[in-house]
Design a protein around this ligand. Sequence first.
Ligand SMILES: *[C@@H]1O[C@H](CO)[C@@H](O)[C@H](O)[C@H]1NC(C)=O
Ligand SMILES: *[C@@H]1O[C@H](CO)[C@@H](O)[C@H](O)[C@H]1NC(C)=O
Ligand SMILES: *[C@@H]1O[C@H](CO)[C@@H](O)[C@H](O)[C@H]1NC(C)=O
Length: 247
Amino acid sequence: MGENFVLMLLLVASLVQILVAAPTYNPRQLSLPSQLNPYPTKPRLSFRPDGTFKITVFSDLHFGENAWDVWGPQQDVNSTRLMRKVLADEKPDYVFINGDLITGENTFRENSTVYIDEIVAPLNDVKVPFSSTHGNHDNQANITHLEEILREQRDAPLSYTRVAPPGVGGEYGPGNYWVPVNFQPALIIWAFDSRGGWSEGQGSAPLPDWVDDSVATWIEQETALMDSVWGPPDKTRGALAFVHIPP
Ligand SMILES: *[C@@H]1O[C@H](CO)[C@@H](O)[C@H](O)[C@H]1NC(C)=O
Ligand SMILES: *[C@@H]1O[C@H](CO)[C@@H](O)[C@H](O)[C@H]1NC(C)=O
Ligand SMILES: *[C@@H]1O[C@H](CO)[C@@H](O)[C@H](O)[C@H]1NC(C)=O
């Protein structure tokens, strides 16, 4: 009896110790669900000391157009040169590529995503974090949004483009994700996949060119989780959204 009592006291004492020790850590940081920490291995994006965060947007780059004509590849060389010039002049904190990266209907099955390498090269060289949405020209008989995303993730260490959880985005619309800026985010950059274009393969058929309904439910779930952990957005958390085909 007496031994048990001592044991119990010891147990209580060690519990108290744990409870007392806990507040020295940031409990929010410890309990952050993995969904709210989507880039554990990538650099944390943050505002500059002066409170700014500069985003450069490239849209409709259309690489791979008329690959069989002289002007097609020349156009891509020119686009890459322009990207390098803009990046050097602007020195953005983040780059967003807002759809139609590739003229998919001009691509060949065996090498359709090779143009992603050309597009990410200037971004890799200046080591700027970036991500992309995809457009109606990125879903075609010989190419899909998903293929472009996987190629980008493979070739660009600072790509923040993600694939939505299973069941979110509808067929051919996997590119729905968000990117936090600052740890307790001051800004959430949302990306929505408006699908469009054509399904892949022979018998290719037109696709709906709007964001799938399932994305709305996902947004509600994600923001409810953000609010429960980070508190209500109020004036402390802004949002910015990119989508190729506006609603
Ligand atoms: C590429 O840029 C060069 C130099 O500015 C220009 O002469 C040429 O017409 C451009 N080519 C295309 C296909 O836009
Ligand atoms: C798709 O790629 C194949 C194989 O390279 C090619 O023969 C075909 O013309 C392409 N289809 C379209 C619609 O561009
Ligand atoms: C892609 O493949 C086609 C047909 O096989 C070829 O003509 C073209 O040059 C290739 N494009 C690139 C960028 O390698």
